[in-house]
Design a protein around this ligand. Structure first.
Ligand code: NAD
Ligand code: TYD
Length: 336
């Protein structure tokens, strides 16, 4: 099979390409990525020489580039997006352009090129926010209620994907997953930010009261879910994908990281809260479990230890990422 992976130079996309080529070595993958600040070809050094792998530098909002990359492609796995909530608060227009318009351009090209499956990677953030008090989780039936420009732009893209299924008959599937963590994640996100700051002897910024809850999914478990959806998922369907954590707060996560890295609580720094900060996310993954037999395999503690070890062993990788554009971003975001 020949796949077009968009955003394959980013965190989840790069993990997915490694995962797929390991398990499907005779397949071909075209990695289509604009190499924004979040795209890093270093993430793909290990697969560069694989005979089935190729890279195309291109922007998903450019119909000509997108059309020419689709030659002979049977399936698309669409990761490319602006993905960071804090950046969406400062620059919402970029999010609308890439996430909404970019997805529509890809859908159009997929239709024109007779692509057999379009799998769209979305987020649980489209469902809004839960409270700490209730025990509810997001599922495929939860109404959309996005609250950040990032979440709103991803919601827009999900609606377009469904519209192309219903209106034009394009065979689409969607997965709405929770917060991923693992190797190759950009240090702008909470877990790698905490680990790399501590490795640099810097404190870990915690927003507001720190009692915010996310559902944490190890990236390899996510890749396995995508593989199952591509191979056995039903066109027109949505699958929610979540991890094994239950109501673990940012404060508890940072404490765990401090403990695993032999640091103490004085390394936490309370900083201003994120505007419109969603209190809690939790994902009910019963549908993908019962219909496709998927379940996460990484306990949070094991996945976290593996992630810490990866960042300890790949200092060059993150030091390089942190030395570029990120330096300016960090200064502005954290006033330090
Ligand atoms: P990322 O920011 O690490 O990577 C995004 C990639 O997309 C980068 O390689 C970037 O260069 C590329 N890209 C951005 N704009 C582009 C454009 N206009 N044209 C082509 N390429 C472009 O993101 P990630 O964390 O790997 O997330 C991947 C997908 O998963 C996104 O769609 C995101 O919304 C979704 N998601 C992520 C998480 C998470 O925890 N990271 C959780 C839920 C859903
Ligand atoms: P993040 O990794 O940005 O993912 P998302 O906003 O998509 O959930 O943030 C995860 C949680 O950590 C979220 O509640 C915001 C919080 N957070 C901090 O407390 N400090 C930080 O420096 C960052 C980046 C996030």
């Amino acid at each position: 099979m020949k796949l077009l992976v968009t955003g394959g130079a980013g965190f989840i996309g790069a993990n997915f390409i490694h995962f797929w080529l390991r398990r499907n070595p005779n397949d071909a993958i075209v990695n289509f990525d604009a190499l924004t600040y979040a795209g890093n070809l270093e993430n793909l050094r290990d697969v560069e020489k694989h005979p089935g792998y190729s890279f195309v530098k291109g922007d998903i909002t450019d119909p000509i580039a997108v059309n020419s990359a689709m030659n002979g492609v049977e399936a698309i796995v669409h990761f490319a997006a602006e993905s960071h909530v804090d950046r969406s608060i400062d620059h919402p227009a970029t999010f609308v352009k890439t996430n909404v318009l970019g997805t529509q351009v890809l859908l159009d090209a997929a239709l024109k090129n007779g692509v057999k499956r379009f799998h769209h990677i979305s987020t649980d953030e489209v469902f809004g926010a839960l409270t700490l008090e209730d025990a509810t989780k997001f599922s495929e039936l939860t109404p959309y209620n996005p609250r950040s420009p990032y979440a709103a732009s991803k919601a827009g893209s999900d609606h377009l994907v469904r519209a192309y299924f219903h209106t034009y008959g394009l065979a689409t599937t969607i997965s709405n997953c929770s917060n991923n963590y693992g190797p190759y994640q950009h240090p702008e996100k909470l877990i790698p930010l905490a680990i790399t700051n501590l490795l640099e002897g810097k404190k870990v910024p915690i927003y507001g009261d720190g009692f915010y809850v996310r559902d944490w999914l190890y990236v390899e478990d996510h890749c396995r879910a995508i593989e199952l959806i591509l191979k056995h998922g039903v066109a027109g369907e949505t699958y929610c994908v979540g991890g094994m954590t239950e109501n673990i707060s940012n404060r508890q996560i940072i404490s765990k990281i401090l403990q695993l890295m032999d640091e103490n609580m004085s390394m936490i720094e309370e900083v201003s809260d994120r505007p419109g900060h969603d209190r809690r996310y939790a994902v009910d993954w019963t549908k993908i479990n019962t219909q496709l037999g998927w379940q996460p395999q990484h306990e949070f503690e094991t996945g976290l230890e593996e992630t810490i070890n990866w960042y300890m062993e790949h200092k060059d990788w993150w030091q390089h990422v942190k030395s570029g554009e990120y330096k300016e971003y960090y200064k502005k975001q954290y006033q330090s």
